[in-house]
Design a protein around this ligand. Structure first.
Ligand SMILES: [Zn+2]
Ligand SMILES: [Zn+2]
Length: 399
């Protein structure tokens, strides 16, 4: 059972916009996942608070909520139907701060009064597909996945996406009508809604449903365009250019306002939601904005030190392994990692050095190793070195 949004924010139904903002700010700070790491209760509260704010901060949504409750704002529609139908709850729209860049004007979600620096699942977006607006029905949102290599993510990349989506019908210019004329629906007088009052012992209830004649649109097509069957839209191909900033992560998405499906009969466009997928890399593992590479080295190179070449995201780089390097040591090549998403600069390239233990040895190799073993300095001293190596390992792991 969903809690009442006013109750969630702890405000009265007559609260002003300012009151709503203040209440939201306070609660969002309190339950922010940054302040409550690993606390799933806080996370739930945080989502609930965000959802409540998303609705109550938007005049139109608030009005619908006041009138129809949760059903009026379609808050259960979060698993909207993009091409892949993924729920939006798993993604963080870290790009809300960038949304101006991606065009389309004001965010329909009301936006947050301050930018969370966090990547965190918002859980709303992608929802209401057949929203009414002054220009008719809104087109559906499209969700596409975009797979990027670590190299692309490191520096950011511009991609041209080929997309199949609904575009306005060119025969009727998107009106759905041969003559281009639409008639106001007489059943609902253009409101798109039908009200039925019923009296019960608890009082009078008004039941509001979408108009069955016009399907909630408020208008009727007089003579349907035969090319699009009166819909005003048809399937088409299009290309979209999108600039991906450096430092994005798997599951991040960006919203291109108005780049989704065209709305039926001149309705506004839906959004295009591009979900980032990170391709796994042959050589590297990503850790935040750092990149880890495992380098196996022969025992003599670790003991005596050595100069090696290691691969990075930008080609090979020379690296000095100092004498006496211990297994699991991380050597750092700074500034060769992934560009930070929200600040200038880049992460580092980390090289984890490990001993290479060969399995197939020639007779001569074996003789040499046996000879080495005879020197007492090449094997650990049980009293001092065992303890030391334990602490060194711990330092490498936790340090
Ligand atoms: Zn109607
Ligand atoms: Zn048409």
């Amino acid at each position: 059972m969903k809690r009442d949004y006013y109750e969630v924010l702890g405000i009265s139904r007559s609260a002003s916009k300012d009151d709503i903002k203040k209440a939201y700010r306070k609660l969002a700070m309190k339950y922010h996942p940054d302040k409550n790491p690993g606390d799933s209760d806080a996370e739930e509260h945080f989502k609930e608070v965000n959802e409540a704010y998303e609705v109550l901060s938007n005049d139109d949504k608030r009005r619908r909520y006041d009138q129809f409750g949760h059903a009026g704002v379609g808050s259960s529609a979060a698993s909207g139907g993009g091409a892949y139908g993924a729920g939006s709850g798993d993604f963080g729209d870290i790009f809300s701060a960038f949304s101006d860049m991606f065009g389309g004007g004001a965010r329909s979600g009301g936006g947050s009064p301050f930018d969370f620096e966090e990547v965190f699942g918002g859980g709303f977006g992608g929802g209401q597909r057949r929203q009414r607006s002054s220009t008719g029905l809104r087109g559906g949102d499209l969700k596409i996945r975009l797979k990027l290599t670590l190299e692309e993510i490191a520096k950011g990349v511009e991609k041209t996406l080929k997309i199949k989506k609904q575009v306005p019908c060119e025969v009727c210019s998107g009106t759905g009508s041969k003559t281009g004329e639409l008639e106001t629906c007489s059943t609902c007088q253009g409101t798109g809604e039908v009200r039925q009052a019923s009296k019960t012992m608890f009082g009078q209830f008004v039941n509001i449903t979408a108009c069955p004649t016009c399907g909630g649109e408020g208008r009727i097509v007089k003579d349907r365009c035969t090319s699009c069957h009166g819909e005003g839209i048809k399937q088409g191909d299009t290309t979209v250019k999108v600039n991906i900033p450096a430092g994005v992560e798997d599951g991040n998405y960006l919203t291109l306002r108005g780049q989704g499906n065209a709305g039926p009969r001149g309705g506004s466009n839906g959004d295009l939601i591009v979900v980032i997928e990170e391709a796994s890399h042959k050589l590297f593992v990503r850790r935040g904005d750092d990149v880890i590479y495992n380098l196996p080295l022969g025992y003599p190179d670790m003991v005596l030190g050595s100069k090696v070449e290691v691969p990075t995201l930008e080609g090979r780089v020379k690296l000095t392994v100092p004498p006496g390097t211990q297994p699991n040591t991380m050597l750092r090549i700074s500034g060769k990692g992934i560009g930070h998403l929200k600040s200038p600069g880049r992460g580092d390239h980390l090289v984890r050095v490990n001993v290479y233990i060969p399995k197939d040895l020639s007779h001569r190799d074996k003789e040499l190793l046996k000879e080495m073993k005879k020197s007492g300095h090449l094997v650990p001293d049980e009293k001092t070195d065992h303890e030391k190596s334990f602490f060194e390992k711990a330092r490498d792991i936790f340090g």
